[in-house]
Structures are given as C-alpha cells and as structure tokens.
Design a protein. Structure first.
Lengths: 270, 302
C-alpha cells in the first residue's frame, strides 16, 4: 500500500520583501523552503512507512528547481520522489494544481493501491487550502482536513480513525481508505536528515513526469485550467498606527509618552 | 446578484461569524439568502433554509454538502459564501468541486467587485476574480464587522436524502489551557523580535508590570521559547483584551486575526512598516529590549 505526501516548494515568506519603488515582490535572494505544513505531511507519510511498512512516496508540482525539495524528501527516507513539471502546468491555481497531482496519484495507484494521501493544510504563499480537498474530490477519496492525530490505521480492513482540530475542540472520525488527509502542525514533529542519508539522497534519482507522461488536456492544467484570475498583487496601503516618540534615541521620553497615552485612554489600572 | 450565506452554529447557538457573512453580502451589494444546519434560524431579514441538526449532525461533511447544494439548486446564487473557519475550510472546497467552480479563499476585502486576499503573512495582498459565472468564497473571520442580530427570518425547512462513509466517533475538548488569555484585560505578547529565549522573561516581567498576561506569536512558540497555551492567533487563542501590547511581533495574518479585535493595540517594533503597524493604534519604533526596562520602571513608580 502506498502513502503519498504532496509537497510544495515555496519562497520563505518570512524573508519576502517589497520593492518600495515598484511595489512588487523582490524575488532575488529569497530562499526556497518546503511549505512548512507540507513538512508535517511528509513526516506522517514516513511515520506510517516506519510503523506499517507502507511505501512512502513524495510528489511535487513545480518548476525544474523543485528537484532540490524532492532531494530533501529522499534524504528523509521516502522510497520514491516524483517531480511533476511541464511548461503547460505553469501559472496554475489550486483547481489546476489538484488536477495534475490527482492525475499523478491515479497513475501511481495503477501500480499499487494508494491508501493515504497527505497534504499540508495550506501553503504559506497562497493560503488557499483547496489542493488537498481538490485531490480528494477528483479521485473520489474521503477527505479528512485539519488532522492533528492519526488514532489508528487498520491496513487489512482499510480503515482509519483520525482526530481533527477544530475551534476549541477536537473531532474524532473514522473513514474507509483511501483518504486524503490535510495536516496541521500538531500532527507530528518532522525529523531531520542524517548526514549519511543526505549523502545517499544525492544518488537517489528524482523521476520527472511531464505532460508527455501524464497526458492531460492542456486546457485543464496551468493557467488555462485555472478557475480564478489574479488581477494584481500589491502591497496593502496601510492605515498605520500613530508613531509615538523616538523609541530608538529617546526610550525614556517615549516610554513616558506611551504611558501618558495609555492613561488618557484609561487602559491602565494604576 | 445573489449570495447564499452558509451560516454556522455550535450546540444550538448561532455563531457571530454568521452575521459577518451578512455584512459581507451587504458590502457586496448582493441579495442574500441563508442556509444553516441547526436548530433555529439566525436573526436576519430574508430567507433562511434550515436543516435539522439532529438529523444532519453538528458536522457531517457529506450531508451538509447535500444541504448546501439543495439550497443552491433552489436559489441559483452567484456566490456561495462560507466563513474561513474549520467548517468552511472543510465544506467550501467540497461544494466548489461538486459545482465544478472556482473558489476564492479567505477574502479580507472587496474592492470594485473584486476580492482581496492576503498573502505572504499579510505583507502582500492580491486581487482575485473568479472566471466563471458562479464562485465559492470563504471570508476571513473578523474581516467584516458583524451586523446586529435583529432581523426576522423567513424560514423554510430543507430536507435532503444522503449517506456518508464518514463515521463520527465523538468530540474531545481542546487541551486544557493553563492561561486563559481570552479573559485577560491586558496582554503583552512576545514575538521573534525579542531575539532569544532568555529575553522572553523580560516581556513576561513587562506583562506583570502592566498587570496583564503574557502572550506570544507562533514563531516564538514554535521555537520552544513560550508554551503553546500563550499563543495568540488562528492556531492559538483569539483574544480581545482592553490593551494589547505586541513586542517585536511583525504581524503575520494569523496573528493579526487572533488579536485585532483588541480595544487598543500598541506595537513596539524596530520596523515601522511591519504589518503589525496596520493593526496598531499606536506604534513605538524601538528595540523592545531597550524600551521594556524603562516602561517597567515607570509603571512601578506610578
């Protein structure tokens, strides 16, 4: 049985800067990382491999340099890594992305039964939270979102029980396999690659599946297959708070001004 | 233009976010129709399709999807709108997929009929428009101010047949929190800008000097500097104290969503353009580690 983790390479948004002149994203020098939520998707795939002997596979759609991200997955111990890359896939929104991922999962399922597909609950660069559910719908798999614990997996009977993280409470549900699970941070603590594994990962080939392999209708993928249209990306105009004093050069005076302001607003119980 | 608003309830009580959906529809200038799986209709003027929660469960995704689809079929709305909560998170994409239409997630604003979304920790925004005639939307909780619950709904019961492969086992309460930030009048929160674990103690001391509780942003909790029970934001606690002091917090959207309803927000940050400045009432551009001792001294002397 296969456990497939879908991962995405994203710019490290904590380091993204805006060009103040052009008001656009400065891409140069921004490191790429594995989408943080996807690291939990990857870890849980590996954990199920360790516990139940499932075959762990990592797949990622992206430009050719996404291979680096998949190499990292190899260093962590996945059995197979597949890069889904083709010019036709570019500019995709979540609908078109889930089409490509679902097609790859379907293809893998023809070789060996797919039990569980893991995705992060969302990405940090798009935040749409639809790719996982999109895959589930296309493949007819049961969708389990916001999972923070796998209670048990019954491989012979093909059932799973998970805990979902909701507002202020958790929900326990059971479902038949195959399932698509979207992972929250609390699901696990991702492992780090050891040096020998990192070295051997350099030797592990990452398979490339382009549209020659997947044979998808080009109208259904990439920009053409997208159902949403991004008209512009911009830096929000700020309705900024009033800046008080000169905190750098005059902490003393600034602290005074700040406390006066708080007292005037009756915020302090002095 | 018509919007179908998918309202939410919990244990018989309509959630306030349902009234935020009404505000959203009003901003959009759309005629509104509501649908709810619950016990009683929200207090709004207009038609409400009500499905009995005893029959459809607090949340069974397959059955709730059928309820929403049934309402869509009756009303033929241009937009189907959910709150970007765990409920909308799970249900909206199912409905979008069933309708084969696009979804726009976590709308924070409407400008010229287009939807604004935040991305990259709210450093950027993008405007998105759905391509087709109909779209599914989720709206960020707190982005639109709830209308008053004062209308009288025209209720129509909804009945659908359906089955589900999902088996609901039960609820578990969230882990007990050792700090109840939700009740605190004053919260002083530490962000990554405090630099290192040892410095959190200074912020904790500052919180004490203010007579408040210590809060924290996610990176600080992730780094293990502060226990998760102190975390403010969508993955922590949502708070609305009288006074919120953000120390060295840049203001990721998830953090802002958890604290922007505070009565008065003070941001202390070295970067005057950090996203937190957008939420702040007042901002002090400073290294909080330099400012905190001075503040504490003055608070204690007062």
């Amino acid at each position: 049985m296969l456990v497939i983790s879908c991962i995405k390479q994203v710019p490290d948004t904590t380091q993204v800067k805006i060009d103040p002149v052009t008001n656009t994203l400065v891409r140069e020098g921004i490191p790429f990382i594995v989408n943080p939520y996807d690291t939990h998707a990857l870890e849980e795939g590996l954990a199920l491999k360790d516990r139940y002997g499932l075959l762990a596979i990592a797949i990622s759609m992206g430009p050719p340099n996404t291979e680096a991200t998949l190499k990292k997955a190899c260093a962590l111990g996945v059995d197979q890594a597949i890069l889904l890359s083709d010019r036709a896939f570019g500019g995709a929104d979540t609908l078109a992305t889930s089409q490509v991922l679902a097609s790859a999962i379907d293809r893998l399922g023809k070789e060996e039964e797919v039990g569980i597909v893991f995705c992060g609950k969302q990405t940090i660069d798009g935040d749409t939270a639809q790719v996982g559910p999109g895959i589930a719908t296309r493949l007819g798999f049961t969708q389990l979102t916001l999972v923070d614990r796998i209670e048990w997996l019954d491989v012979p009977n093909k059932r799973i029980r998970v805990r979902r993280k909701l507002e202020g409470r958790h929900e326990i549900v059971e479902a038949p396999l195959p399932v698509v699970i979207t992972a929250v941070r609390e699901l696990n603590r991702p492992r780090y690659p050891t040096v020998p594994m990192r070295l051997s990962a350099q030797e592990t080939p990452v398979a490339l599946w382009d549209n020659q392999v997947l044979q998808l209708d080009v109208e259904t993928v990439g920009l053409k297959g997208s159902a949403t249209w991004v008209s512009k990306i911009f830096s929000p105009e700020r309705d900024q708070g009033e800046i008080i004093g000169d905190g750098v050069n005059d902490p003393e005076g600034t602290a005074h001004l700040l406390l006066d302001k708080m007292l005037a607003k009756d915020l302090l119980a002095l | 233009m018509k919007a179908l608003l998918v309202c939410e309830q919990r244990e018989g009580k309509i959630l306030d976010t349902s009234y935020e959906l009404v505000a959203f529809a009003d901003r959009l200038g759309a005629e509104k129709v509501m649908v709810l799986v619950g016990k009683e209709a929200p207090k709004v003027d207009g038609k409400v399709y009500l499905a009995d929660v005893d029959k459809f469960g607090e949340y069974n995704p397959d059955l709730h999807k059928q309820v929403v689809l049934e309402a869509i079929q009756k009303e033929n709305p241009d937009y189907v709108v959910f709150v970007h909560s765990s409920y909308g998170w799970d249900l909206a994409p199912r409905v979008a997929a069933a309708l084969k239409v696009g979804q726009v997630s976590e709308v924070v604003n409407i400008v010229d009929g287009k939807f604004e979304l935040a991305l990259c920790n709210a450093k950027l925004r993008r405007t998105v428009s759905p391509k087709g005639a109909r779209a599914v939307l989720t709206v960020q909780a707190g982005a639109f101010n709830a209308v008053e619950a004062s209308g009288s709904a025209q209720v129509e019961a909804i009945e659908v047949a359906g089955s589900s492969q999902l088996q609901f086992v039960g609820y578990e309460p969230a882990e007990k929190k050792d700090v109840d930030l939700g009740r605190a009048e004053i919260i002083v929160s530490a962000g990554r800008g405090v630099g290192k674990k040892e410095n959190v103690a200074i912020i904790a001391e500052l919180a004490k000097a203010f007579g408040g509780e210590l809060g924290a942003s996610r990176p600080v909790v992730d780094a293990g500097w502060v226990a998760h029970s102190h975390q403010v934001g969508t993955t922590g606690q949502t708070v609305s104290p009288k006074l919120y002091v953000a120390c060295g917090i840049s203001g990721a959207i998830q953090h802002l969503a958890g604290m922007k309803k505070s009565d008065f927000i003070v941001a202390i940050n070295k970067d005057k353009d950090a996203p937190i400045s957008e939420a702040a009432d007042v901002m002090v551009v400073a290294d909080v580690l330099q400012l905190a001792p001075v503040l504490m001294e003055k608070l204690r002397a007062a």
